[in-house]
Design a protein around this ligand. Structure first.
Ligand code: C2E
Ligand code: MG
Ligand code: MG
Length: 665
């Protein structure tokens, strides 16, 4: 029963394989028109041979409507050649073909058997041949629709067999049997080739499905490769690919766009204070805010760390205002758990094609504008300008001069006295680098130190300057302290720190007399590496000072966590000491240092008034033009030799900063 049901289901075109039906239809549409052509030509041939022997209505009268019906179907199939029906439509059409094919078979077999009653053996033989050849031809043409082939075979051969079996001549019995057996064999061959066809279609479908899946996975991989895992924003790779594609598209066209680099302000201290988990959460929240921005023509990517890239695709004139609005939005407070956090954001923008016409140059220019925002106007969006261009050129000149500079010849160390109060004794000197370049003349340290850092020459320069400073301070009488500035790359390099200590021991200088000055910003970027190096220096007995205190993040957390012995209050506070806020800050720092048993040096004392106010605040270490500017060593040593004084002040005999600290405590 089940088999019969399955057979009937198969005969009605199983709807569970619509894609197979679609493929069947596509094959059929190339074969069926030939089938109809064969049918018509053969029918006309039979009608022709029977024209004289059979009645006119049978040869011509019936033939014409038969031919008309067949031609209509043939044209319908020819038209279908250009179309690929949807799978469901294909099933419907195949069913239609089985039914119409059966109907046409009924008409043709009835017509041809009706003709058999007329004419002699030749005409009858022609009919037998017509039926036999035509049915085999039709079965072949219906190869891809075995249901229709089977129906046609049954409809044609069963009446044919019965009809010829009833004839009294053996030759007709034999012909009928012959045709029947041939049809059976042909049908068997067709069914097995149809199975092969179905298998092939299914495997092709599987391959196509696999290919589609592979393409989907590839697309997903590509998307992931261009997406930042933490914020789900497009990543650095996407940013540069997109930037390059934009430049390629716009080359030669009169269209512009802008590239922005945005960096969070104060993100590092948040990360250091609250841990990386919270830092990540904060970055995710920043990412969400960036995704929810309402500007239509921008694309924001995370480049890494707390750095984001922005492509301004709209009017470049508006890029600065949009960049500023983004910075402002990012600077609004964040709530993470019980904490409310605020980070700022600064942005640098470069316009295409004015600032550059390659991805690399545009990015560098926007990064340079960002650097300017960070150093001079935090929280602002800065557009790369002609002024920046000029500055880059002069920095390049400094870079070039530095590459070829003879460090020992061209660089000098100047010494600025550090004075103790109220005694007004010189307890030591801060060594400050000076560069008199034969190409550029005097270049200020603020310029060349930064460039030496960027070009990777700072460690070499530091060691050369320190060697000179140590050698020279040793030439002064007594135990004077030497304060020496280290840059970020010095304080994070184990090799440099070891080399510095080697110089101290080679010159047989008491490490207690050495103070290394570092700034907060130099430590923040690589906190762990800096802390390790600072511990090494500390265990060797040298003093560590936090320079320019009050200008960076001035996080009290750093004062606690870093192995610091001394704080140097930035000179900007002394400049405004008459303002109650500035003097309040100095007082607080002095008191804080006292309670933490740290030394406190106030820098930038320029006049008597400032000095008196500092004395009143019980400040006991000062430095500034009021006493002396940084002096060349020759001047210092000549003055000491002549009067045992420098700029009128006697030299202290206290043993290093450590002793000073103990005596103050
Ligand atoms: P700093 O370490 O804070 O040095 C103090 C700066 O203030 C020096 O500028 C000094 O000349 C200046 N100064 C001293 N007293 C006064 C004053 O009363 N009023 C004013 N307005 N300024 C005063 P200088 O020598 O131009 O150095 C600038 C910065 O360059 C230094 O700031 C330091 O960060 C860096 N630097 C200098 N030499 C070196 C060095 O050998 N290595 C490293 N890594 N950095 C150095
Ligand atoms: Mg300093
Ligand atoms: Mg300073």
């Amino acid at each position: 029963m089940d088999r019969i049901r399955a057979f009937l289901r198969w005969m009605m075109i199983d709807p569970s394989h619509p894609e197979v039906a679609q493929a069947q239809y596509n094959e059929l549409k190339t074969q069926v028109p030939s089938l109809y052509a064969l049918l018509m030509v053969n029918a006309v041939a039979v009608a022709y041979t029977h024209y004289d022997v059979a009645p006119f209505y049978l040869t011509v009268g019936v033939l014409i409507p038969m031919l008309l019906l067949t031609s209509v179907r043939m044209v319908a199939w020819l038209r279908a050649q250009r179309l690929t029906p949807e799978p469901e439509e294909a099933i419907r059409k195949l069913r239609q073909t089985v039914i119409l094919g059966s109907l046409i078979a009924v008409i043709y077999i009835t017509w041809s058997l009706s003709l058999d009653g007329y004419g002699g053996p030749e005409e009858r033989g022609h009919v037998a041949l017509f039926i036999a050849i035509t049915v085999i031809g039709c079965i072949f043409c219906l190869m891809n629709l075995p249901q229709a082939a089977l129906m046609v075979m049954i409809i044609v051969t069963v009446p044919y067999l019965i009809y010829y079996a009833m004839q009294d001549q053996d030759v007709y019995h034999a012909i009928a049997m012959n045709i029947f057996l041939v049809c059976l064999v042909v049908l068997q061959v067709l069914i097995s080739s149809y199975r092969g066809f179905v298998k092939l279609v299914r495997s092709q479908l599987e391959v196509a499905a696999k290919q589609k899946e592979t393409e989907r996975l590839n697309a997903e991989n590509e998307r992931l490769a261009q997406t930042d895992a933490l914020t789900d924003l497009p990543n650095r790779r996407y940013f540069f690919n997109r930037l390059e594609a934009l430049i390629d598209d716009l080359e030669g066209a009169d269209r512009k766009f802008a590239v922005g680099v945005m960096d969070l302000d104060r993100f590092k201290p948040v990360n250091d204070t609250y841990g990386h988990k919270l830092g990540d959460q904060l970055l995710m929240d920043v990412g969400l805010r960036l995704k929810s921005l309402e500007f239509a023509d921008i694309e924001v990517c995370r480049l890494g760390g707390d750095e984001f890239g922005i492509l301004f695709l709209g009017d470049p004139e508006k890029a600065a205002a949009t960049g500023q609005a983004i910075c402002d939005r990012i600077s609004e407070p964040y709530r993470i758990g019980d904490l409310q956090l605020t980070v700022g954001a600064s942005c640098g923008i470069a316009l295409y094609p004015e600032a550059g016409n390659t991805a690399h140059v545009l990015f560098d220019r926007s990064d340079y504008a960002l650097y300017n925002s960070k150093t001079t106007s935090r929280g602002k969006a800065t557009v790369y300008s002609a002024e920046h261009e000029a500055r880059i050129r002069s920095e390049r000149a400094v870079e070039n001069a530095m590459q070829s500079a003879d460090l020992d010849q061209e660089f000098q160390v100047y010494f600025q006295p550090v004075v103790s109060l109220p005694e007004r004794l010189i307890v030591g000197f801060e060594a400050l680098a000076r560069w008199n370049s034969p190409v550029l003349g005097c270049v200020p340290p603020d310029t060349f130190i930064g460039i030496a850092e960027r070009t990777g020459q700072i460690n070499r320069l530091t060691l050369s300057l320190f060697e000179t400073a140590v050698r020279q301070i040793k030439m002064l009488p007594g135990d004077l302290c030497l304060s020496f500035n280290l840059s970020a790359q010095d304080i994070t390099s184990v090799e440099t720190v070891d080399a510095l200590l080697e110089i101290v021991s080679r010159h047989d200088l008491n490490p207690k007399l050495i103070t290394f000055e570092i700034t907060e910003t130099s430590v923040i970027d690589s906190y762990e590496a800096a802390e390790t190096c600072m511990q090494t220096l500390r265990s060797a007995g040298v003093t560590l000072a936090l320079d320019d205190f009050g200008t960076g993040y001035s996080s009290l957390g750093y004062l606690h966590r870093l192995p610091i012995d001394c704080v140097k209050v930035d000179r900007s506070f002394v400049a405004g000491i008459h303002d109650p806020v500035a003097s309040g800050v100095i007082t607080s720092i002095i008191n804080l240092c006292r309670s933490m048993e740290m030394l406190c040096v106030v820098e930038g004392v320029e006049d008597r008034n400032q000095l008196e106010l500092l004395k009143a605040l019980r400040c006991n270490l000062v430095q500034g033009y009021h006493f002396a500017p940084p002096l060349p060593f020759d001047e210092v040593i000549n003055s000491v030799r002549a009067s045992a004084h420098v700029v009128g002040l006697p030299l202290s005999s206290a043993e290093g900063m450590e002793e000073l600290r103990l005596s103050r405590a």
